[in-house]
Design a protein around this ligand. Structure first.
Ligand SMILES: [Mg+2]
Length: 208
């Protein structure tokens, strides 16, 4: 069954923080499937690839909706690569527009399978929580519910207990090595990591 991995790049780690990017990737862990990634890594090429999604968001617009900025996270961004920081600045949309586009991405996948897809985030208290707060701040409806929320770190910690919920280094494909903290690429790698977990412990028919 198709599922959705979401990854956010943000300006804080708590609900109500500003969101700089939403990235997502459709995947099917039972079939060990993720979308191919485009040769060209431009934003348009990524969004033209079925099953991939990326939108950057105006920080000013986040602030105008009352979303916050945490100094610790700003300091963290200052230490990240130029590549990942630059990607955040490409074609930023208003918060509402970005959230509507993500709704549409989820909706399109839902109509393809007719079953609401599980939404996975990297950790139980980050992506869906911050994204849910942004939907609330704009008055828009989040495209998932509490029954379809899934968390990568719990499964990763079970399969690779020595890593404490982190993604094993060998999972990072070379094609996206320079794209760490680019939301669509993070989502794609996290989806591959979950596919690997399913393979390792031979989970069958566990999508729901
Ligand atoms: Mg990320």
């Amino acid at each position: 069954m198709l599922q959705i991995m979401v990854d956010l790049e943000t300006m804080g780690c708590t609900a109500g923080s500003s969101i700089l990017s939403i990235g997502a990737c459709a995947f099917d862990p039972e079939e060990n499937w993720v979308p191919d990634i485009p040769e060209c890594r431009s934003l348009d090429a990524v969004n033209n690839q079925s099953g991939l999604f990326h939108v950057n968001i105006s920080l000013e617009d986040c602030q105008s909706h009352g979303l916050t900025i945490e100094a610790q996270t700003v300091n963290w961004w200052l230490k990240q690569t130029e590549n990942s920081r630059e990607y955040l600045t490409i074609n930023p949309q208003s918060l509402k527009e970005a959230l509507c586009r993500f709704q549409q991405f989820c909706f399109n996948l839902k109509s393809a399978s007719d079953i609401p897809a599980n939404i996975w985030g990297h950790g139980a208290s980050f992506d869906q929580v911050l994204l849910g707060a942004a939907y609330k701040a704009t008055g828009l409806v989040q495209p998932w519910n509490q029954y379809t929320t899934r968390d990568t770190r719990t499964l990763l910690a079970l399969v690779y207990p020595e890593l404490g919920g982190r993604i094993p280094d060998e999972v990072w494909p070379n094609e996206v090595r320079g794209l760490k903290h680019v939301a669509w690429a993070d989502a794609w790698v996290q989806a591959i990591a979950i596919n690997n977990c399913y393979k390792r412990i031979q989970i069958k028919n566990a999508s729901t």
